[in-house]
Design a protein around this ligand. Structure first.
Ligand code: HGY
Ligand code: MN
Ligand code: MN
Length: 398
C-alpha cells in the first residue's frame, strides 16, 4: 500500500486538466511537490536537509560510513508526464518502507535525494540542481543563468527562501547513488522485462540558433526583397532532421522556437530555435551538429540573414560503473540497457560517485508527454527492485 498511497498523494500535484504536468522549478506546483516529499520523509523519521540551491536529502540514519543515496527529481518538462522523475522519488520512500517491513537494518545510512531543475525546462541548463551540487556548475556560472523572462536562477532560488551563496554539501559522505527512473523508450518492452539497469547515457545537448533578418511588411515587401529569418530557421529544422537520419544512432529535434515580433502580417526580425541533439557517440554528435550548423549558415547566406549558434547545455557520454551495474543486475538477470535520456545519475557518475540506474518498463515508451505511462505492477516491481538494491548496497559487506 505504501507506494500506492505515496503516488496517490503526489500524482495530482501540478497536473493540468489535459493530464500534463507543469512543475517548473520554484513555481507553486513544484514547491508543492517538494513539500509533499518533506512531509512524507519526516513522517518516516528521515532527517531532511537541503542545500542553498533547493536540492534536498532525507536520511535513514543507521550504521556508519558513507551513505547509499537514491532518489531523482520532481520537476517536469512543460506538459510532461507523471512518472519522469517522481517515480524515482516515490519509489525510494516506498522502498525504505519495504526494507523496514522486512526488518532490514542498514549497516550504513540510506538517503533519498531530490534534485531541482533536472529538466532544464525553465532555465537553459539541464540537470542544473545536480550540476550545482557536484560543482559542475559553480556560483559564478549560475549567476549568468536566466529564464526566458530574464529572471536569474539565483534570484528564483532566493525568492523561494533559499540562500544559494551557501552552496551545497548535499553529496558529502555519499558512497554510491542509485536512481530509479521510468524508461523513456521501449527497450524493456522488447526485452519483455519489467526492470532494467543502465549501461550508459548517450552524449547529448542543446544549442540555441539565433537567426536575424529584416523586419518588414508582409504585404508591401516583394519576395525578392526579403531577408526572412523564418526561412533560414525552417530549412535548418529540416536539415537537422535529415542529418540525424543520415547519422548513425542519432536524434535531432527543434522543439522550441521564439519569433520576434511574432506578428501575423510582419516578416520577423529574429527567429530563435533550440536544437536538442543526441548520438550514441561524441564523435557522431559533434559531426552532426557541425553539419547542421554549416547548413544553417549556408541557408542564411542565401536568405540574406545571419545565424549565431550557442551551446547551452552539453552533456558528455556517461558510462555507468560496470561493476556496480553487474552486481545489481546479475542476481536478477535484469537487462543492462542504454539511455538516450539524460539523468541526474549521469552528473553524479561524472563527478566520481559510483552510480547505477534502475529502469521501470514504460509500455508505450512515450515520455515528455501527458501520455507517459507505467503499469502499477511494474512500478511495484520497481519498488521491490530498489529495495533489493539498497539492501545489497547498505547491507553488511559480502
Ligand atoms: O531530456 C532528457 O534527456 C531528460 O529527460 N531530462
Ligand atoms: Mn527524468
Ligand atoms: Mn525528462
Amino acid at each position: 500500500m505504501s507506494f500506492e498511497s505515496l503516488w496517490g498523494d503526489l500524482a495530482p500535484v501540478g497536473r493540468q486538466a489535459g493530464g500534463g504536468y507543469f512543475r517548473q522549478p520554484f513555481g507553486s506546483a513544484e514547491r508543492e511537490a517538494v513539500a509533499w516529499f518533506v512531509e512524507a520523509a519526516q513522517a518516516r523519521g528521515l532527517a531532511v536537509t537541503g542545500d542553498g540551491f533547493g536540492n534536498l536529502r532525507a536520511t535513514w540514519q543507521a550504521g556508519s560510513g558513507p551513505a547509499v543515496l537514491t532518489g531523482s527529481h520532481l520537476d517536469s518538462v512543460l506538459d510532461g508526464g507523471a512518472y519522469d522523475g517522481p517515480l524515482g522519488v516515490a519509489s525510494a520512500l516506498a522502498a525504505i518502507d519495504m526494507l523496514r517491513d522486512r526488518g532490514f537494518s542498514p549497516s550504513r545510512p540510506i538517503s533519498v535525494a531530490v534534485f531541482v531543475e533536472e529538466e532544464g525546462s525553465r532555465f537553459p541548463t539541464a540537470c542544473l540542481g545536480s550540476r550545482l551540487a557536484t560543482g559542475a556548475v559553480d556560483l559564478d556560472r549560475a549567476a549568468t543563468i536566466r529564464d526566458a523572462d530574464g529572471v536569474s536562477v539565483l534570484d528564483a532560488m532566493a525568492d523561494a527562501g533559499l540562500d544559494p551563496s551557501a552552496g551545497s554539501d548535499l553529496l558529502n559522505e555519499v558512497g554510491c547513488f542509485v536512481e530509479l527512473h521510468v524508461e523513456q523508450g521501449r527497450t524493456l518492452v522488447h526485452r519483455d522485462a519489467a526492470i532494467g539497469v543502465a549501461e550508459c547515457i548517450w552524449p547529448h545537448g542543446r544549442w540555441r540558433f539565433d537567426f536575424t533578418g529584416e523586419a518588414n511588411h508582409a504585404g508591401a515587401t516583394a519576395m525578392a526583397d526579403r531577408r526572412d529569418p523564418m526561412l533560414s530557421y525552417a530549412m535548418t529544422a529540416l536539415a537537422a532532421n535529415k542529418q540525424a537520419r543520415l547519422a548513425d544512432l542519432s536524434r535531432a529535434t527543434f522543439g522550441r522556437v521564439e519569433v520576434t515580433p511574432n506578428g501575423t502580417n510582419a516578416i520577423p526580425s529574429r527567429v530563435t530555435g533550440w536544437l536538442d541533439a543526441r548520438s550514441a557517440s561524441e564523435e557522431v554528435l559533434a559531426q552532426m551538429v557541425a553539419a547542421i550548423t554549416a547548413q544553417a549558415a549556408d541557408r542564411a547566406g542565401r536568405d540574406g540573414t545571419a545565424v549565431a549558434v550557442t551551446p547551452e547545455s552539453v552533456s558528455a557520454a556517461v558510462d555507468f560503473d560496470t561493476g556496480l551495474a553487474a552486481r545489481i543486475a546479475g542476481p536478477h538477470g535484469w537487462p543492462v540497457i542504454g539511455s538516450q535520456a539524460g539523468h541526474d545519475a549521469g552528473i553524479l557518475q561524472q563527478a566520481g560517485i559510483a552510480t547505477a540506474m534502475l529502469f521501470v518498463r514504460n509500455p508505450t515508451g512515450v515520455s515528455h508527454s501527458p501520455a507517459e505511462s507505467a503499469e502499477l505492477v511494474d512500478c511495484l516491481a520497481g519498488v521491490g527492485a530498489l529495495a533489493d538494491t539498497l539492501a545489497l548496497l547498505a547491507g553488511d559487506p559480502p
